[in-house]
Design a protein around this ligand. Structure first.
Ligand code: CP3
Length: 334
């Protein structure tokens, strides 16, 4: 939390996006026979899975085990997570009528109770290790809703924002408030920081980001603005968007592996802490190759006021968990 505030603690902190998940045999055992979204909504199970990587790797933060589409599910939207595929909608949301119907779904504090309970159980177990709460950004959620599932270029979503800007705005204001409520529930239940994942924002031009997306992300983050937690903003392929992503109200900018941290820090003005950006592909390279890369990431990160080491995207399921544990030791030694 001190690094998120722009300080330089004695030890460089590290956690990994998707640290809970299929790289861990104990995760596979705990999840066996339970669908992904059902697991997210069982507070004891979600808490146990959240704690697994903290116990195993000694990382400096937990991230709550959940998913960006959990608030959609809790609001009654027809969504499931298909293994190896990702979130899939019962029907895509493409027209003004589709959006009007979607907006009839509401999300109350009572609906969010499984999330609040999972967070509270986890925080009680974690002791001094902080828990990071998270949510999907309005654009990334809207991209899943409009496309109906994962897509490469998010063509239908990007078409909609230009073809019918009013419908796009109605959609992203709704996703902003939904995801903001999910984030707020986690912070109120004890999460120490809040990360907004705009995973697919990298498919946008800077002009489109500013005209059609930034306001929604600012609106989502505003739901936790009064709670005094640091807000982290991350996306992939966002080299051109980093400054704009900070401007929506982020205290820390997460950087993917495509741009070096010193350059990322320069682009965001040099006074904002950064998080990142070990290339996940190198987790399966020989240790000497990985170590040289990590040392370079850490060195470049020194140009920012604060640095929380992480990957440039999630842990691949094929990762040997012992490599992650060894990496934590290396990073702490630096
Ligand atoms: O450890 C953590 O990082 C916390 C848990 C977490 C999950 N999803 C668990 C999960 C977090 C932070 C997320 C966020 C999420 N979900 C994002 C943003 C981060 C990113 O990766 O860019 C996105 C885009 C999603 C949507 C989603 N959910 C995808 C693309 C997938 C992967 C599909 C697959 O099977 O490859 C999921 C499923 C998912 N979410 C899994 C986990 C552990 C895998 C579920 C399984 O075990 O089958």
């Amino acid at each position: 939390m001190r690094a998120y505030s722009g300080e330089r603690p004695e030890q460089l902190p590290v956690w990994f996006m998707r640290q809970a998940g299929r790289s861990l045999p104990e995760y596979k055992a705990a999840r066996a026979g339970t669908a992904m979204l059902d697991a997210c909504l069982q507070p004891e199970l979600a808490s146990e899975i959240t704690l697994q990587p903290v116990r195993r790797h000694g990382v400096d933060a937990a991230i709550f085990f959940s998913d960006i589409v959990v608030p959609l599910k809790l609001a009654g939207v027809d969504v499931e997570i298909k293994p190896g595929v990702g979130p899939v909608m019962g029907a895509p949301v493409r027209t003004a009528d589709d959006v009007a119907r979607l907006r009839e779904h509401t999300l109350t504090a009572a609906d969010l109770e499984p999330v609040s309970q999972g967070v509270a159980l986890t925080v009680a177990e974690l002791g001094s290790t902080p828990l990071i709460g998270f949510a999907g950004a309005p654009f990334t959620l809207a991209a899943y809703l409009v496309e109906g599932g994962p897509s490469r270029d998010h063509l239908a979503a990007r078409t909609l924002m230009h073809a019918d800007p009013d419908t796009w705005r109605a959609l992203t204001e709704w996703t902003a408030d939904l995801t903001g409520a999910f984030l707020r529930a986690q912070v109120l239940a004890g999460a120490s920081a809040a990360q907004l994942f705009d995973s697919w924002a990298g498919s946008l031009s800077l002009a489109d980001y500013q005209a059609h997306v930034a306001a929604g992300s600012a609106r989502a983050l505003s739901h936790v603005a009064d709670l005094g937690v640091r807000k982290v903003h991350f996306g992939t392929g966002t080299g051109e968007l980093l400054a704009a992503m900070r401007e929506v109200g982020a205290d820390v900018v997460g950087v993917d592996y495509r741009i070096p941290l010193d350059e990322a820090s320069r682009r965001i003005g040099g006074s904002t802490p950064v998080q990142g950006n070990i290339d996940p592909a190198l987790l399966s390279a020989p240790w000497s190759v990985l170590e040289a890369h990590v040392r370079d990431v850490v060195e470049r990160g020194r140009s920012a006021p604060g640095h929380v080491v992480n990957l440039g995207h999630g842990v691949p399921p094929t990762t040997d968990p012992e490599v992650l544990t060894r990496l934590v030791g290396l990073i702490h030694s630096l």
